[in-house]
Structure formats: C-alpha cells, structure tokens
Design a protein around this ligand. Structure first.
Ligand code: ADP
Ligand code: MG
Ligand code: ZN
Length: 483
C-alpha cells in the first residue's frame, strides 16, 4: 500500500515594531538579559496592557499581502497556563476572532529547495486558515545545573500564521516557508531571521493510505528554527510514521522534537495531556475596529515578489530565471532597477548582477548593501560594451577591477588604457603584419581550413596587446585573404 502525507504549518513571526505589544519597552534584539523590561512585560500583578496599534496594523498588512479577509471587528483573549516564561499565568492572544482569515500563498518555484526545483511542475496554492496577534513569552535557558530566564523577549508582538493542511511534501513545506519569508520581508513587517528566533515554525504532520479521505493521526514537531531543518524533520517523520503504519502499529497524537545532530525526532508529550487553556476575552483591552485604519494600511501594500517578477519580465524583457533570482531579494531587485533605468540593455545589467556580482559578493561574504560596485557602475559598464569601446573579454577584467577597487568603469578603462581599437588603419597594419609572418596559416586557410583564421586573429590580438576589436579584425582578415 502507498501512503501520502498531509502537512499544516503554524508559523510564529515577531513584528519589528519600535516598542513591545502592550508596554513601552523597546522591541530590540540582542540587549543584555533582562534590560528591556518593565512591570507590564514582567507580568507583575496590578499592571495594565496598552495595545500597540502599529503591531495591529502590521498584522493587517500581512493579512492583505496573503489575500486574507480582514475581520472588521477583532478582540484579544487570555490563554491561561502556568509556566515560568509567563508569570502572569496567561498569554494575551486571540482565540475566536483573529485579525485575518482565509488567505493563501502561491508557492514560487524558486523558493523550493535547489535540488527539487526541476521536479516542480504545477503551480500550487496553500490556504492560510488564520493570522492572529499575541505577545511572545520570555526565553528560558536550561544550563547544566541551573536554569535562567530572559524577559527581553517577553511582550514582543508575535503573529501566528496558521496554514490549511494543504502541504503534501517536505519540499512544499520548504517552499511555503521561503515564499512566506520573502513576502514578510517585502512588507517590512519582520526581519524574519530564523536564527534569531524572529520566525519559528511548528509542523503538523500525518500520513494516510493513498485514496483514504480521512486524515491520519496528527503529530506536531515543535519550534523548528531553520527551513532546511523543517524539510529534514518532515522527511524523517513521514518515513517513521509510514513505517509504523506498515507494521500495523497505531500512531497516537503527540508533540515531538527534532534533534538536528541525531537527525531524528523524539516524543516529548502525548496530546492526552494537552492543556485546557480556558480562553476568555481579555477584560483589560478594548476590541479592535479595523475599519479605522484600513485605508492607511492599504496604502502600505508593497508590490509583491510575484508581481515584481512579472513586471521585470514584461518591462525589461528579463528571462524568467534572471527575474526570479532578482526578486528573491528586495534589495537586489531595487539594486537592479537603479542600474537598469538609464540603460538601453537591462538584460545585460541583469546578467552582470545575477552571474558576476552575486558570485563575487558571496565569495567575499558581502551583502548587496555592502557591494563595492554600485548599480550605475554596472549601467556604465554595459554602455561601454554596447558601444564597442571595450570588448566583452575586457569588460570581464574591468568588472574584476571594479569589484576590487570600487572605481567606476571609465576610470579603470582610462588608467589601464583599455579601450578597444576599432580604428581601421591601425587594424589593417596589424592584419598585414600577421599575414606576412604566418604564411602556413594563410596557406591552410586558402586551402579550406577556415579554423586557420583563428590563429591569425590571435596574432593580431597579440600585436594589438588585446585592444583590437575582434569582430572588425575578422572582417579585415577575411577580406584580405580572399583578395
Ligand atoms: P491544534 O488545535 O491541535 O493546534 P489545529 O486544528 O488548530 O490543531 O491545526 C493546527 C495545524 O495543524 C494547522 O496548520 C492545520 O492545518 C494542521 N492540521 C490539522 N489536522 C492535520 C492533520 N491531520 N495532519 C496534518 N496537519 C493537520
Ligand atoms: Mg497547534
Ligand atoms: Zn515592558
């Protein structure tokens, strides 16, 4: 019997507001432990929360970017539980009236793992069930003999984005998370850096015999913090669950944890022990009327990656590949557009950026913002090539120098005396010299060995110290040899 898997993801995303969700503390990553705190986010008794409107707006913007319905009326609820990371014994969250509902994400081919992209055939849409807003909790550290806790994270605005169980493979889960991350970055709602815990993911997964309508038993892998880890954990879990079912064993609902080093998941707790959170409306906060700021948030809507890609292909005639690579990173896309604007050949600008610049940046571990080459420098380089002032071979050398020194192309061309010679008189002399000095090649060419022309051309290039325009040389040689 064949089995198939069903996957739904719950993604937590920290919003990059200036202050925390319900107090005025700074929302800032990387401060010394317990320095960005106040009685509210420490959960001391007698304090009152004040809603961060910016966080609500950013959540609504995220909903709009993901095609959600925005609830006109929304409220906060208390989710009650006892744990040291939340000393007031409840987390302010949203239960039955989340800010956003029923959206979707269209998986982008470039967002699948590199080694799986050629297997992607059909477009796939993953439903978003809901997006709600809550407060992040403190972070505990379990050391060898003690435990400690840092409240800087407590009260950070946290969106939870819940998907429908529409994902069927680890590769789709990977693509879903990468596509989502791109959109979050475009909207500037979060830096979504998984290493910093700004984006975290719980994976729900079940397997069932192909053809069965009902879902199998759902297991949850908690707190994944890399996208490639999600792919590996899911692949492992699918194999494990399928193996159990094939042996006739029953699976029970449980929460598991992924151990990256071991490459395995381990059971943490069974769902029979699941909490009853006794949700009830938060009495200290007013409900939210989203209509008040809908127009403002609409005006924040960015051009999304998919739309930008289409525009790059139609306006600049970029290849599908170049456009895909450029829009994957908003800063890179912007860099390209600055360079492409003044030029007559935007595809050439795209080729330099996608092939040469990205390679050199990654080799020197630089971000696009730190690029020694600026967009207009690339535009200038393309102009020099187009006008035949330098050859494409010379352009490669100029580019190397540009990356090394940050100098503009015209300065490098001037300093190195690089400009290509198209001056007919000089070229004719070099061609004559080459022909005179290489009678064998001339003989060979005349007896039909057309490749002999390359040898002659090489001689001309040598005589010109690489400055001759190879195309013009070709023409002159052919003319002289057939005379
Ligand atoms: P819970 O209340 O246990 O958190 P939910 O119904 O809210 O469960 O679903 C949480 C996530 O699990 C959602 O992303 C949903 O799509 C996914 N999910 C639900 N049922 C299944 C299933 N049988 N297999 C895989 N994923 C599932
Ligand atoms: Mg859950
Ligand atoms: Zn605070």
């Amino acid at each position: 019997m064949d089995y198939e898997s069903v996957i739904g993801l719950e993604v937590h995303v920290q919003l990059k507001t200036k202050s925390k969700m319900f107090c005025a503390c700074q929302n800032k990553y990387g401060s010394p432990p317990n320095t960005q705190v106040c009685p509210v986010c420490l959960g001391l008794p007698g304090t009152l929360p004040v809603m961060n409107e910016q966080a609500v707006k950013m959540t609504v913007l995220t909903g709009m970017m993901l095609g959600c319905e925005i609830s006109p009326y929304s409220k906060f609820d208390r989710k009650n539980y006892f744990y040291p990371d939340m000393p007031k014994n409840y987390q302010i969250s949203q239960y039955d009236m989340p800010l956003c509902k029923s959206g979707h994400i269209d998986l982008v081919k470039e967002c699948y793992p590199k080694d799986a992209q050629n297997q992607v055939s059909a477009a796939k849409r993953i439903g978003i069930t809901r997006i709600h807003l809550e407060e992040d909790v403190a972070k505990s550290f379990h050391l060898e003999t003690t435990s400690s806790i840092d409240f800087n994270r407590a009260g950070t605005p946290l969106m939870e984005i819940v998907s429908e169980p529409d994902i069927n493979t680890p590769e789709e889960a990977f693509a879903y998370l990468s596509t989502l991350r791109q959109i979050l970055l475009y909207g500037k709602v979060s830096d979504a850096d998984m290493e910093k815990g700004q984006m975290r993911c719980d994976c729900n997964i079940s397997v069932r015999p192909v053809g069965q309508k009902e879902f199998g038993t759902k297991l949850e892998i908690k707190n994944m913090n890399t996208i490639s880890g999600v792919r590996r954990a899911l692949a492992y879990e699918i194999q494990r669950q399928t193996g159990c079912l094939k042996k006739g064993e029953n699976l029970t609902q449980e929460t598991r944890r992924w151990d990256e080093a071991a490459g395995q998941t381990f059971g943490m707790r069974s769902k029979e022990m699941a909490h009853d959170y006794r949700y009830f409306p938060e009495p200290d906060l007013m409900p939210v009327d989203t209509a008040v700021f809908m127009n403002e948030v609409k005006s924040w809507l960015p051009e999304l990656p998919a739309a930008k890609k289409q525009r790059f292909m139609s306006d600049y005639r970029l290849t599908d590949y170049n456009a895909g690579v450029l829009v994957a990173d908003l800063e890179l896309a912007n860099f390209f557009e600055v360079g492409a604007a003044p030029g007559k050949n935007p595809n050439a600008v795209a080729n330099w950026v996608v092939n040469d610049l990205l390679r050199d940046l990654s080799e020197s571990k630089l971000a696009i913002a730190q690029s020694p080459i600026k967009p207009l420098d690339i535009a200038e380089l393309v102009e020099f090539c187009e006008s035949g002032k330098i050859s494409s071979r010379q352009a490669k050398d100029v580019f190397v120098e540009m990356f090394k020194t940050g100098k503009m192309p015209h300065r490098i061309i001037e300093e190195k005396g690089l400009s290509q010679v198209s001056d007919a008189a000089a070229l004719e002399t070099w061609c004559d010299e080459a022909i005179a000095a290489n009678p064998q090649s001339v003989e060979a060419y005349k007896s039909g060995k057309t490749t002999a022309l390359n040898h002659l051309k090489g001689q001309v290039m040598k005589l010109s110290k690489g400055k001759a325009n190879p195309k013009t040389v070709d023409g002159i040689l052919i003319k002289k040899l057939s005379a």
